[in-house]
Design a protein around this ligand. Structure first.
Ligand code: INI
Length: 157
């Protein structure tokens, strides 16, 4: 008996990607951005097919991500940000609305949205996930985008 399995193979070198990055906690987010671009490049995506958009903070990510996803120009959108509990009394609102809005943007448009938004208690935890000892969440989000683009293509093709 053989079971048919459909999965992405991360091959999407001809795809176009938008990356939306928050300026808030820019030290962390710039490292996420570098990780995301590096991962796309190493999977064969041309720099000309990677566009970066900047927004003030994580709360603004969903609007711009949704606009780009709905525009038909990109195969996937990667959202990058860092919401750090110690830095804000309204952590739960910023992080919660950001996650909800990004999820809605993906489901409303049918375009994959990769969630590369760190939500941590401390700046140290954020830095650990931005290219130091706990990997790079921006690179992970780029891999997710590549996997989802290739999976959706298989499902459609
Ligand atoms: N935005 C972030 O991306 N991360 C944060 O940690 C953060 N804090 O600490 O408040 C943050 N706030 C700004 C928010 O995203 C909006 O830009 C702002 O409220 C204006 O709408």
């Amino acid at each position: 008996m053989s079971v048919r399995t459909f999965e992405g193979d991360f091959q999407a070198r001809d795809a176009r990607f938008a990356i939306v990055a928050a300026r808030f906690n820019g030290l962390v987010v710039e490292s996420l951005l570098a990780g995301a671009v590096d991962t796309l490049r190493r999977h064969g995506v041309e720099e000309a097919d990677i566009h970066v958009y900047k927004v003030p903070g994580a709360f603004e990510l969903p609007l711009v991500v949704r606009r780009l996803a709905a525009g038909g120009r990109y195969d996937a959108v990667i959202a990058l940000g860092a919401v750090i509990r110690g830095a804000t009394p309204h952590f739960d609102h910023v992080a919660g609305e950001c996650a909800k809005g990004l999820s809605r943007a993906m489901l409303d448009t049918g375009v994959p949205v990769a969630f590369g938004v760190l939500t941590t208690d401390t700046i140290e935890q954020a830095l650990e996930r931005a290219g130091t000892k706990a990997g790079n969440k921006g690179a992970d989000a780029a891999l997710t985008a590549l996997e989802m683009v290739s999976l959706l293509r298989r499902m459609e093709g």
